[in-house]
Design a protein around this ligand. Structure first.
Ligand code: PLP
Length: 388
């Protein structure tokens, strides 16, 4: 294969493209993590990250992937044998519920079709039926990265309230935070979980828990074994600007820079940009004559679009052609939809011309891979972008 020229197109739904500003920030020399300069860095990022979560309480930052932050949310708030309620919205909801089971929690896993988010009415019904309040936590993936479906968290919150149920609300925002409107405090989420490598425009390697007062209270009596993930020593050390272990210093430089970028653009503008790119992408997909995996327009994801291929066509072939010919990486079909679904990431550090290039690569790839459909999706998307 001839060497590729120009820039690789990283259009998987995370890790996303890291801005040059952030890369340069990360490249600064590593400093003493017990010195005064580091304390100033910690103090700055721990405050600056709060508006992105929409929270006023503490945010715990781990040198971990999102999976570590999933585990942290559970071990800090729950005890062995506690019942948790999960919804099968897709691959990541499935993985998180499996993790809960391995930790010794009793998991109620509500089957789903991978084309819808959590059904708030069905959730309220289940919670009402739990008269003894055996369910201690509801675990929800806000944006299912495997399906391109976004659950409406305010309606999930309302379901808990309507049922008068005291369960903690734990929400995974790994592929939504910093891309799709999210409000930890306003929606009274107890633990918000995320990772660095998507909307925060950083390389992988930081995991986050935004923690409510209620969750902190729960952590005082929670009995699942925890050490590395324990919030308490971290929050204590954070008060002085430090961590109880060696933190990911250079990723924290990157975080400081990416938070500045999000603040400069303004969160409302960031969310509007993602919504606009998602709409342009959906218009292209429909013009190609392909089907969106997400079936409810209220749940369309603004950070990625999952596309269902016609029967008899393999998404791995399509992605291989596009990678070889155009040097673009698209998201694979995961879990139950492997082989049938490919995913276009349009989140993070991204703009109109990057989207135009991305959709151009997909349109050419569809033709080269012999996927039946119509051309013209890119033109449709460009029309929309030009006039919106
Ligand atoms: N949750 C969601 C929604 C994800 O998309 C991912 C990864 O893509 C994870 C959790 C797991 O995060 P990580 O792979 O960083 O451990």
């Amino acid at each position: 294969m001839a060497p590729h020229t120009g820039q690789h197109f990283l259009q998987i739904p995370g890790p996303t493209n890291v801005p040059d500003r952030v890369l340069r920030a990360i490249a600064a020399p590593t400093i003493d993590h017990r010195g005064p300069e580091f304390a100033a860095l910690t103090t700055e990022v721990l405050e600056a990250v709060k508006p992105v979560f929409g929270c006023s309480g503490p945010v715990v930052i781990y040198p971990s992937s999102g999976t570590g932050a999933w585990e942290a949310a559970l071990v800090n708030t729950l005890s062995p044998g506690d019942r948790v309620l999960c919804w099968e919205t897709g691959h990541f909801a499935t993985l998180w519920s499996e993790l809960a089971g391995k930790l010794g929690l009793e998991v109620d896993f509500v089957a789903g079709d991978w084309r819808h988010g959590v059904d708030p009415e069905a959730l309220a019904e289940r919670l009402r039926a739990d008269r003894t309040h055996a369910i201690k936590a509801v675990m929800v993936v806000h944006n299912e990265t495997s399906t391109g479906v976004t659950t409406r968290i305010p309606e999930v919150r309302a379901a808990l309230d309507d049922a008068g149920h005291p369960a903690l609300l734990l929400v995974d925002t790994v592929s939504s935070l910093g891309s799709i409107d999210y409000r930890h405090d306003e929606w009274r989420v107890d633990v918000t979980v995320t990772g660095s490598q998507k909307g925060l425009m950083l390389p992988p390697g930081l995991g986050f828990n935004a923690v409510s007062a209620n969750a902190l209270l729960a952590s005082r009596t929670a009995r699942l074994a925890r050490s590395y993930w324990d919030w308490e020593p971290i929050l204590l050390a954070n008060e002085r600007g430090y961590f109880p272990y060696t933190p990911a210093t250079n990723l924290l430089y990157g975080l400081r820079e990416s938070l500045r970028m999000l603040a400069e653009e303004g969160l409302a503008a960031v969310f509007a940009r993602h919504a606009r790119h998602a709409e342009a992408t959906r218009r292209a997909v429909r013009t190609w004559g392909l089907e969106l995996l997400c079936q409810d327009e209220r749940e369309y994801s603004n950070s990625l679009t999952a596309v269902l291929l016609p029967e008899g066509h393999d998404e791995a072939d399509l992605r291989r052609v596009i990678l070889e010919r155009f040097d673009m990486s698209l998201g694979a079909g995961l879990g139950k939809v492997a082989g049938r679904v490919f995913r276009i990431g349009h989140l993070g550090h991204f703009n109109d011309l990057m989207l135009a290039g991305t959709l151009g690569g997909v349109e050419m790839g569809l033709r080269l891979a012999g996927i039946p459909g119509k051309p013209g999706g890119v033109t449709e998307a460009l029309e929309f972008l030009a006039h919106s």
